[in-house]
Design a protein around this ligand. Sequence first.
Ligand code: NAI
Ligand code: MG
Length: 334
Amino acid sequence: MNISNKNSYKIAVIPGDGIGVEVMEATIKVLDGLDIDFEYEYGLAGDKCKEKKGIALPKETLDLIKNSDACLFGAAGETASDVIVRIRQEMKMFANLRPVKSYPNTNALFDNVDFMIVRENTEGLYIANQEELIDDGAIAKRIITKEAEERIIRYAFDYAMQNNKNKVTAVHKANVLKKTDGLFKEIFYEIAEEYPDIDAEDFYVDATAMYLITNPENFEVIVTTNLFGDILSDEGAGIVGGLGLIPSANIGEDAALFEPVHGSAPDIAGEKKANPIAMLLSAEMMLRYLGENKEADRLDNAILKVLEEGVELTGDLGGSANTFEMARAIKNNL
Ligand code: NAI
Ligand code: MG
């Protein structure tokens, strides 16, 4: 029975391999400082799990995610695609959210970048088994359906409404891909009419790749198809500098998973050198997904403060603190 007046949630925790284990442990310690009751249930997945159980993603781990309010995922090693790609497919996580935000004392190229890339995760060019060999080459199909694109575009506008953003930018190549991206663009402006308080604009993907470098402050929310979102989100990561800082979310109708963009980093695993911020910012995205915006702001401010002070920083940011020292500093600033 929940006798406190805090909100409570059941969270599936999958630390995985390598630094996934370390950044997850550090993150849970910080979350303990928030005014929320989390009930954690740990699940196995990844290389270690495969060694032990013969399979990288056991059914009980999938069930655990299904039966939780949200999932925190650390990183997997060589089995990453067997784990994370399968979870996205099984749970129909159609939206991939990749924030691009600059923080102080990092390798960010700009000071005031803060936008969200909302990437369609289920179709476009990236559908399994949609490539075929032909006599003198190979063909890939690019699938754009009304249902999936309406869903992702509506998600982007709802995200803008809920997060005080004023504008959504659609990114496409409708001048060349007239049928597929023509449809995407048409649906975008249809749905935009349902959101009169949010500005709508659209750019070609090649131009956007340049604007992200010349004028990144222009963007608030970008919505785009699968391949373009994949490429632009890595460009975004480059703009704000460093894998140790980049979180992400995978959102479905009734399941959501939050994970750092980095992998298991075998070169530093077990040495407490990993920057925990990417995992912490992933947890912050989870808090916002759960509607806990006030606690998410507290966490964000604490991270910002530690970065501004520039003392308790991990090696990737030029400091000498270890994973847990940095996490403790963040917790103390909550
Ligand atoms: P990686 O992200 O693990 O590491 C790339 C480089 O960034 C390494 O030098 C690493 O030390 C550094 N790095 C990454 N995260 C860091 C952090 N939090 N703090 C400080 N430094 C950090 O990518 P890599 O090396 O390509 O892959 C290693 C393994 O991870 C592979 O087995 C790969 O399959 C897996 N992987 C898993 C992913 C996932 O679980 N979603 C995503 C990417 C890779
Ligand atoms: Mg990618």
